[in-house]
Write a protein that binds this ligand. Structure first.
Ligand code: ZN
Length: 424
């Protein structure tokens, strides 16, 4: 049996005035997804437990079959995994943005959570200086290191194997800098277990970065500067069991997004990189489709994650979301299904799971909590004769409140019938 999983990130949405009262999924011409919906089982599900913000790191974890309430420890550990950094049992990973904070009279404001999309070599230089500042201002600290990433997205690690000490704990609460854009940040500093050190590092970073050559040069070019490091998303290594040990199936992930690479790494999946996959609206859809087809010779399960519908949602552009969905249907789903049908005629059956991680509303330009439409189709799956693949049409099926259970039903009774009644 082969399994194809498609994650159209942020595809679920509301009816749009600009689309004649239809949602992007309803409006888009997506004949292959519509056919899968008609032939398969459909319904609605939720990948974001109430206690979490609706982020892709939580929702995609759930979609891959790992309940965030059990497995989610923070965003930074997933990003560390994506970089191939393995965390030891004592270690912590903290997400470290380079940001622009300005006092505009009423107090400090988060002007830019990307430090004007600072270039990677500049960020690397600033973090070298921050590392020196850490050694100078906190001479007793051991085991803390800044790890440059891409642009403003960097990490601060605590390595427990060098005899240092770390006060961070489960009660630590931090604030994502992109949630405070153009807002006062006086109350947004880390709180709870071990937060004091993180806050002190953030405060000291102002003096480390202030007159740095990188910032002087950016200023002279009229670019925004990195005034501070912002620490958030801290966590320890999540205790993932491999997907194969849970479900008996080897997976491959195809994505342009680091968080998904990290999840795949922790689940023990292969990661297949695709040239031209950008994580944006201009991604090479056909190359991703072809890569998926190729990967079926390596893995029994191939998951294609496409970020473009989410990006269109963040831009508030319903027509761009429609276009992204149409590209996904034509250039990824159609060729993959036609390949799988050909293999099926040679005796290798298949099943398909299609599900967005969370809605991204064009109206608010933000992720939202709420239900997303799914399809499970293929051999042994009783069809429900849904009219099409969209939020309204799939409502004829069940509502699965705990989305992390859904992928497991793909592997239920792989020889025989998969029946909607067995799903709850
Ligand atoms: Zn998003």
């Amino acid at each position: 049996m082969k399994y194809f999983v498609l994650i159209p990130d942020g595809a679920a949405d509301e009816p749009q005035d600009s689309l004649g009262g239809k949602s992007p999924l309803e409006y888009a011409s997506i004949p292959t997804l519509d056919r899968l919906a008609t032939q398969g089982m459909v319904g609605l599900t939720n990948h974001v437990p109430d206690s979490f913000n609706p982020g892709s790191e939580v929702a995609c974890m759930s979609l891959m079959g790992y309940d965030p309430l059990t497995y989610f420890t923070g965003r930074a550990p997933l990003e560390a995994a994506a970089k191939g950094i393995s965390l030891g049992p004592e270690d912590w990973a903290v997400r470290c943005n380079l940001v622009t904070i300005e006092d505009q009279g009423d107090g400090p404001v988060m002007v830019d959570f990307t430090a004007d999309h600072i270039a990677t070599p500049e960020a690397t230089e600033l973090l070298e200086t921050a590392q020196q500042g850490l050694a100078k201002d906190f001479p007793d600290l051991k085991g803390w290191e800044f790890v440059p990433g891409v642009s403003y997205r960097n990490l601060l690690l605590f390595r427990g194997n060098v005899g240092g000490h770390c006060d961070l704990g489960d009660g630590l609460r931090t604030t994502a800098p992109h949630d405070r854009v153009n807002q006062l940040i006086s109350d947004a500093f880390p709180r709870g277990t071990g937060s004091r050190l993180l806050t002190e590092i953030m405060e000291h970073s102002e003096t480390w970065l202030k007159d740095h050559a990188v910032n002087r040069s950016r200023k002279s070019k009229g670019l925004g500067i990195a005034t501070h490091v912002w620490l958030w998303g801290a966590g320890q290594r999540p205790a993932f069991r491999t997907f194969k040990s849970l479900y008996g199936v080897q997976g491959t992930m195809i994505t342009a997004v680091d968080l998904l690479r990290g999840l795949a790494e922790l689940a023990g999946w292969r990661c297949r990189e695709v040239e031209g996959a950008t994580g944006y609206l201009d991604t090479d859809y056909a190359a991703k489709g072809q890569a998926a087809i190729d990967e079926f010779s390596e893995s029994d399960l191939v998951c294609v994650h496409v970020e473009a519908p989410d990006e269109a949602g963040h831009e508030g552009n319903a027509l761009a979301k429609v276009k992204a969905l149409e590209e996904i249907d034509e250039k990824i789903v159609a060729p993959v299904i036609s390949h799988l049908e050909q293999q099926a005629s040679n005796g290798e059956p298949y099943r398909v799971f299609v599900c967005p991680d969370h809605p991204t509303f064009c109206s608010t330009r933000m992720h939202s909590r709420g239900l997303v439409p799914f399809i499970i189709a293929g051999i042994g799956v009783d069809g429900m004769s849904a009219q099409s693949y969209d939020e309204k049409a799939v409502a004829i099926g069940p509502t699965i409140t705990q989305g992390s259970t859904l992928i497991g039903t793909l592997f239920d009774d792989a020889e025989g019938q998969l029946n909607p009644d067995t799903v709850n």
